[in-house]
Design a protein around this ligand. Structure first.
Ligand code: COA
Length: 392
């Protein structure tokens, strides 16, 4: 049977295919601004370094979703509402206990996030009260879900959130069953700020596409979590640690890079569609890693990472390929005692803020996404009965 590519009957001659939609604007957005040549990133006009230094994750979440920094009262109300909604229904916990413990925590998170749609009835999605409640529930419960699955898969019962602990300290407490050192909690909170939003990356695009059908916000977040799970998006920091361990010592970095580049393999934690210089978040994460190493002792893989960055500069720099957000984040999480397969779920805990900001923005001027394609399949063909088909 011949499968020759033929032209679609529609006139497609004026259509230009842009694989990966590179450079194709598909929406307008006032949430996040990236200058990939200067290495600048702003949320709602505020530089990321300033937010990481002065804000908290919940304040940044408020800013992203409602567009303005909250007043002291607004922030207190938001924090209190989130604290009240951190707990999971026993039904969600029981459901999670049925998940296979060998399953990836991202799959557990996607399923658990989607299940929230079963518990909170679908009301008018333009009702401000419904929007506020959904935002609060998702920001509050996603960390509890990640921590709960971690304990469940170890054969333990999830522990209750602690009302006296702020957001990030409470997450680390639920995960490790120990109250964290204040520096560890602050560094973790700053990591959440850095990962909270990054314009139309694959998972955010996925969130907007799902939002554009006017489905519920839990389905929007579940679809974004599924998209984030892939190694070309959220999963790269797990692979960075594996790569550093494989290289093992700084003097092997050059040889590894030369071989990988000759074999046309990607160096994990390098390269970005938007940035042609070092990702500003990588610079900040590297400084967070150094703060942790100064306090809690270094990590031998940090020397390997620095050697990889140095040796990669003349090899990949001329193509605009530099460390991205994933290159140093794994080293930070490792020092915080976080297991490697939770790195991406932690990304999701943070990015839910950006996804929800895009959900609201999409609904404010919605048109359902329905791109087109250039058809390359066969024209109408004649049916062949089963017994007349030639065997392969
Ligand atoms: N290591 C080596 N070469 C890389 C590279 C990397 N990490 N990233 C991109 N390149 C090269 C490609 O081989 C390609 O070279 P060519 O033009 O000679 O064929 C060129 O740069 C363009 O790569 P492409 O994959 O088309 O870029 P993209 O914009 O589609 O992809 C990423 C962006 C992030 C998916 C890509 O850089 C990547 O896979 N990086 C590693 C995974 C990673 O760290 N992901 C986390 C992103 S935050």
């Amino acid at each position: 049977m011949e499968h020759k590519a033929i032209e679609n009957s529609k006139n497609t001659s004026n259509l230009v295919l842009r694989p990966g939609l590179e450079g194709v604007p598909v929406t307008q957005s006032a949430i996040c601004d990236i200058d990939g040549n200067q290495g600048e990133l702003n949320y709602r006009g505020y530089p990321i370094a300033e937010l990481a230094a002065k804000s908290s994750f919940l304040e940044t979440t408020y800013l992203l979703i409602w567009g303005e920094l909250p007043s002291a009262n607004q922030l207190r109300e938001f924090e209190e509402a989130i604290q009240m909604h951190r707990r999971l229904s026993f039904r969600v916990r029981d459901m999670m206990k049925c998940f296979p413990e060998s399953g990836h925590p991202m799959d557990a998170l996607q399923s658990s996030a989607a299940s929230l749609g079963l518990f909170y009835s679908r009301r008018a999605i333009d009702d401000p009260e419904y929007i506020y409640d959904a935002v609060v529930r998702l920001i509050a419960k996603i960390p509890t879900m990640v921590a709960a699955f971690q304990l469940i898969r170890k054969g333990e019962d999830p522990i209750r959130p602690r009302d006296d602990l702020p957001y990030s300290a409470n997450f680390l407490y639920m995960l490790t069953e120990r109250e964290p050192d204040p520096l560890a909690a602050r560094v973790f909170d700053r990591c959440l700020i850095l990962h909270a939003e990054h314009s139309l990356n694959a998972s955010t695009f996925s969130a907007r596409v799902t939002a554009s059908t006017l489905t519920d916000p839990y389905a929007v977040i579940a679809s974004a979590v599924g998209t984030l799970a892939g190694p070309l998006h959220g999963g790269a920091n797990e692979d960075v640690i594996a790569m550093l361990e494989e290289i093992h010592s700084p003097d092997k970095a050059k040889e590894y890079l030369q071989r990988a580049i000759a074999e046309k393999s990607k160096i994990m934690g390098f390269g970005h569609r938007e940035y042609k210089v070092k990702d500003p978040r990588a610079t900040l994460l590297q400084s967070f890693a150094e703060d942790l190493f100064a306090r809690f002792g270094t990590d031998a893989m940090y020397d390997v990472a620095k050697a990889v960055e140095n040796e990669a500069s003349p090899l990949l720099g001329p193509k605009g390929i530099y460390p991205n957000v994933d290159f140093y984040s794994g080293l930070v999480y490792r020092k915080l005692g976080i297991p490697r397969d939770l790195f991406t779920p932690i990304f999701a805990i943070s990015r839910v803020a950006g996804w929800l900001a895009h959900w609201r923005e999409q609904l404010s001027a919605n048109r359902i996404f329905r791109p087109t394609q250039i058809y390359t399949g066969a024209k109408t063909r004649t049916w062949i009965a089963l017994d007349e088909r030639t065997k392969n």
